[in-house]
Write a protein that binds this ligand. Structure first.
Ligand SMILES: [Ca+2]
Ligand SMILES: [Ca+2]
Length: 236
């Protein structure tokens, strides 16, 4: 093996390590069952209004959820009036049936590192042809001793007032963790419930490399390239 090919191999290995660092940062999924695929029923059989229920895998119902019904629905549920899932075949519905709108909350806790920046994404929608505003809002809070502590660290909402249609909108927002546990809460911000439900699917949270560390990694890549060029010149 000549000097150039061994140098090139070292460069590829270095590049691969850098790429692995980037991809592991971008793809590490912190939310479990974020697509609500863990429940296998497709006929609203999994449904609850019970506070703190663990009926849904990895998701809990907040105590302030009133009588807002939570259900797992599937493609073409509710006599074909619901849209297909945006991810997989199942999703969460809020204010199912004609139960109270605008009070439902579900949440999930996940491990975080204080000072680390995270990105949250979710897809919200509406199902069935009823009129009025239907929406979902996401918020992240720090958790201390099992309860939220302080104000919202990040939030975004998605809503639609267009009746007689179905829609999905993907929404993203960021937050910087302040502790070792954070809580992602989704609240039903719908104004109506009759013949229309709020939908939620494809929930994701992942750490985002900070600009400083990204710059350092990019610098390391450039350094590797410069080293390779020097070795190529030396070998020529
Ligand atoms: Ca899904
Ligand atoms: Ca409803």
């Amino acid at each position: 093996m000549n000097t150039f090919s061994s140098a090139f191999r070292r460069f590829l290995i270095t590049s691969g390590a850098i790429a692995a660092l980037f991809s592991s940062s971008a793809s590490a999924q912190l939310i479990l069952n974020g697509s609500f695929e863990s429940q296998t029923d497709a006929t609203f059989a999994t449904a609850t209004t019970t506070p703190s229920s663990s009926v849904f895998s990895n998701w809990f119902i907040a105590t302030s959820s009133g009588t807002s019904l939570f259900q797992i629905a599937s493609t073409n549920a509710d006599s074909g009036l619901f849209p297909n899932a945006i991810d997989g075949s199942l999703y969460m519905t809020m204010n199912g049936g004609q139960t109270t709108a605008g009070v439902g909350r579900i949440y999930q806790d996940f491990a975080t590192t204080a000072g680390q920046f995270y990105e949250v994404s979710f897809t919200a929608g509406r199902g069935s042809p009823g009129a009025g505003l239907i929406g979902v809002q996401g918020d992240v809070f720090n958790v201390v001793d099992g309860s939220t502590s302080g104000g919202s660290l990040g939030t975004a909402s998605s809503s639609s007032s267009t009746s007689g249609s179905t829609f999905y909108v993907e929404t993203t927002f960021g937050f910087t963790a302040t502790g070792t546990t954070s809580r992602l809460i989704f609240r039903d911000i719908s104004a109506v419930t009759n013949s229309v439900d709020a939908l939620l699917d494809d929930v994701r949270v992942s750490a985002v490399p900070e600009p400083a560390s990204s710059a350092a990694l990019a610098g390391a890549a450039l350094l590797g390239l410069a080293t390779l060029r020097r070795q190529r010149r030396a070998a020529a």
